[in-house]
Design a protein around this ligand. Structure first.
Ligand code: NAD
Length: 293
């Protein structure tokens, strides 16, 4: 039995905000307030919460965070027109498109329309290409935040076997690129599992680090990992219950059954989530800094 260390994303995020304060002060002295425009289309309840949390964080830090809401009857061309305006609006150094977009709007076209040097989420093909080539401009916030958690807690990746469950463009795929990169935060051997992988446990049991990003509540269980595994739980799933809210948040990992087997784990909430927002702030500050350098 191992005592499982809790990897607090909140704590790491707080250190990130402290580190950013001198950059923000420098920008402010140059009369530049880092600004983020968040585009929210439709009324997906989880998306509304995410965008509100991001905007609040920007406001708390004295930064500009503005949400542009569009109804779910908006056409793709309406959305593209708004993004075109934001691309040319100097108040905003970063533009975020909250996903998922309503049916009928092609996410790829929308993401491609964001100016690559304002693409603080790192989803534009140009930025994905730069990341794949080992010369990143903007790194997607969730995988970037995960590497920061590993670094903060001195969890070695070099020579380790990382098993990523999930291959989305937002989390799994960029995570695989980063962990396999030839650099200090990479150098891992990476296996990517997904919905067509038979017997995922066969891979997760061989892992030193498991990154669960599949969006299925509690799918990764204690009998699927070996003693001493580090677990990063990316999942944020709403599971119905009898509480006032009517749901509770659950990760992709069955917390109870991996406890005392995993050497370390990120909680949900309070793990990867706060780091995603911290990296969004960091990317936006970096975007603003490029403007004056
Ligand atoms: P997605 O739906 O785009 O991708 C899910 C991936 O998991 C797919 O590649 C699919 O092949 C794989 N998958 C699905 N079911 C599987 C199964 N049974 N076995 C193996 N693989 C399976 O999701 P996403 O956007 O990558 O998000 C994944 C989860 O992470 C969601 O719960 C989401 O809410 C959460 N998320 C959290 C943060 C954060 O900041 N903490 C950020 C992004 C996403």
């Amino acid at each position: 039995m191992t005592e499982t260390k809790i990897l607090s994303g909140k704590e790491v995020a707080s250190a990130v905000y402290d580190d950013l304060s001198s950059s923000i002060d420098r920008l402010t002295s140059e009369k530049i307030t880092p600004g983020l425009a968040a585009v929210l289309v439709g009324d997906d309840p989880a998306s509304q919460v995410y965008v509100r949390n991001k905007r609040r964080r920007f406001e708390n830090m004295g930064l500009l965070g503005e949400t542009f809401r569009m109804g779910d009857d908006s056409s793709e061309s309406d959305v593209l027109t708004l993004i075109n305006d934001l691309n040319g609006d100097d108040r905003f150094h970063g533009i975020l498109i909250q996903l998922p977009l309503p049916k009928g709007i092609d996410s790829d076209s929308v993401l491609r329309s964001v100016r690559p040097d304002k693409d603080v989420d790192g989803f534009h093909p140009e930025n994905i290409g730069l990341l794949a080539a080992g010369n990143p401009r903007f790194i997607p916030c969730t995988p970037k935040g995960i590497l920061r958690i590993l670094q903060f807690y001195n969890i070695e990746t070099s020579g380790k076997h990382a098993v990523i469950v999930g291959r989305s463009n937002i989390v799994g795929r960029p995570m695989a690129l980063m962990l396999s990169a030839k650099n200090d935060t990479g150098n891992a051997t990476v296996t990517v599992c997904h919905s067509r992988t038979p017997d995922i446990a066969n891979y997760t049991r061989q892992a030193d680090i498991v990154i669960a990003a599949l969006g299925m509540p509690s799918l990764i269980k204690g009998d699927m990992i070996s003693d001493g595994t580090v677990i990063i739980d990316v999942g944020i799933n709403r599971v119905e219950d009898n509480s006032e809210k009517g749901y509770k948040l659950s990760g992709d990992v069955d917390y109870e059954s991996v406890m005392d087997k995993a050497s370390a784990i990120t909680p949900v909430p309070g793990g990867v989530g706060p780091m995603t927002i911290a990296m969004l702030v960091e990317n936006t500050v970096e975007a603003a800094e490029r403007l004056i350098s």
